[in-house]
Design a protein around this ligand. Structure first.
Ligand code: SF4
Ligand code: SF4
Length: 71
């Protein structure tokens, strides 16, 4: 069975570079439409059921804003 994961994004740490969105092979992540308190538009989990816990997103995040839990 394929791995399942649960990504959690700290929207206040996120600078909205969207590297994680580009690195995600399953399109689990996408941009948010509401800015955080710094004025950045953070990424968000748009399709949680698609996460395979590959870890790409947290590895590319320059701001250590993502944690992925294996389910
Ligand atoms: S762990 Fe992999 S599949 Fe899950 S959100 Fe991150 S990049 Fe996408
Ligand atoms: S890579 Fe990190 S800083 Fe960039 S959008 Fe994703 S969570 Fe935010």
């Amino acid at each position: 069975m394929a791995n399942k994961g649960k990504p959690v994004i700290d929207r206040e740490r996120c600078k909205g570079c969207l590297l994680c969105v580009r690195a995600c092979p399953t399109k689990t992540l996408g941009p948010e439409t509401k800015p955080n308190s710094w004025g950045y538009y953070p990424s968000s989990v748009i399709a949680p059921e698609k996460c395979i816990a590959c870890g790409n997103c947290y590895q590319v995040c320059p701001d250590v804003a993502i944690t992925v839990y294996k389910l």
